[in-house]
Design a protein around this ligand. Structure first.
Ligand code: GRG
Length: 296
């Protein structure tokens, strides 16, 4: 399979579905909806929804089985980026190649756009026809996993520790904690929820969750490396901001050379965990490889 066309095809599908799910900016909340749509359609890679689809396909499912969940994951991710860019957090001016939400809409509306996307993501999942298709037990399992990964036990918790630890000396185990929670949790649940929705057995889902954990951590390590070696224009956001804010990153704790070695090992371990799967898991294998090469 050709990864580039796979990613382009899935990305177009997700963009289309997101457009159908999102309301038009009209009525008294028109400006808020515009702010939600501005960030959602600012040109993200759609990695999390693509992983959700690829997770389903690995176990024999299809993209139509997961589309509402895949789109909800992108909405949760976009909310986290809007809030992460706020002056109270990372205070960034550029995201996805465009001025950040608070730069365009003001701080209050940016906060509310994030809130709106997060809550609408759950609305979208609950409103879907998935309970009827996969049964309420599996459906509840997926919603619980996503809420856990997005909330204080996952992404929000990792972000809190990340912010509290800025500029401090930390053990390398705490770097793993921050990365696995702040970034890894949502990436991991994207792929494992896809496997559950695609009808995977308990064993298959557990294997895919293991892949997701390795990949999620690898993604953040690669992000740390890109912050130093990447090109701002290509990434659509300012490079060097981690160093400037004295963030806890892999290169700052492990050094650049070792961080690259760890990234390679994590990606190899992710691919290795998929041994029981045949060709159906090729997209997952190739996406893991892409994490090493990505430039944005
Ligand atoms: C504010 C609750 C809350 C959480 C924020 C995800 C996150 C936690 C912060 C983002 C900080 C950051 C840039 C982390 C690096 C990893 C990451 C999530 C990068 C952005 O994801 P991509 O590369 O972005 O998938 P696109 O724009 O392609 O969707």
């Amino acid at each position: 399979m050709d990864l580039k066309s796979y990613l382009a095809e899935k990305r177009a599908l997700i963009d289309e579905a997101l457009k159908d799910f999102m309301p038009e900016p009209e009525g008294p909340t028109g400006e808020l909806i515009s702010a939600m749509n501005y960030s959602l359609f600012a040109g993200g890679k759609r990695l999390r929804p693509i992983l959700c689809i690829a997770g389903a396909e690995a176990v024999g499912g299809e993209e139509k089985d997961v589309l509402p969940i895949a789109c909800a994951l992108e909405m949760i991710h976009t909310y986290s980026l809007i809030h992460d860019d706020l002056p109270a957090m990372d205070n960034d001016d550029m995201r996805r190649g465009k001025p950040t939400s608070h730069k365009v809409f003001g701080e209050a509306l940016a906060i509310l756009a994030g809130d709106g996307l997060l809550t609408e993501a759950f609305n979208l999942m609950i409103r879907s026809d998935l309970p009827g298709k996969i049964g309420t037990v599996r459906f509840q399992e997926v919603i619980t996993l996503i809420a856990t990964a997005a909330g204080y036990r996952g992404m929000v918790g990792g972000q809190a520790v990340d912010i509290m630890m800025e500029g401090r000396e930390v053990e390398s185990s705490l770097v793993d904690f921050i990365h696995a929670h702040k970034t890894g949790a949502l990436i991991s649940v994207s792929v494992s929820s896809g496997a559950i929705l695609g009808g995977g057995s308990k064993e298959e889902v557990a294997t895919i969750a293991l892949y997701g954990d390795k990949l999620g951590l690898a993604f953040q390590v690669s992000d740390d490396i890109l912050d130093i070696e990447g090109d701002s224009e290509e990434m659509g956001k300012r490079a060097g901001s981690d160093t400037q804010k004295r963030k806890i990153t892999y290169p700052s704790v492990q050094g650049m050379e070792r961080s690259k070695k760890i990234l390679k090992e994590l990606v190899e371990a992710a691919v290795d965990s998929l041994k029981q799967f045949g060709d159906s898991a090729d997209p997952l294998r190739q996406i893991a490889g892409y994490i090493i090469e990505r430039k944005k």
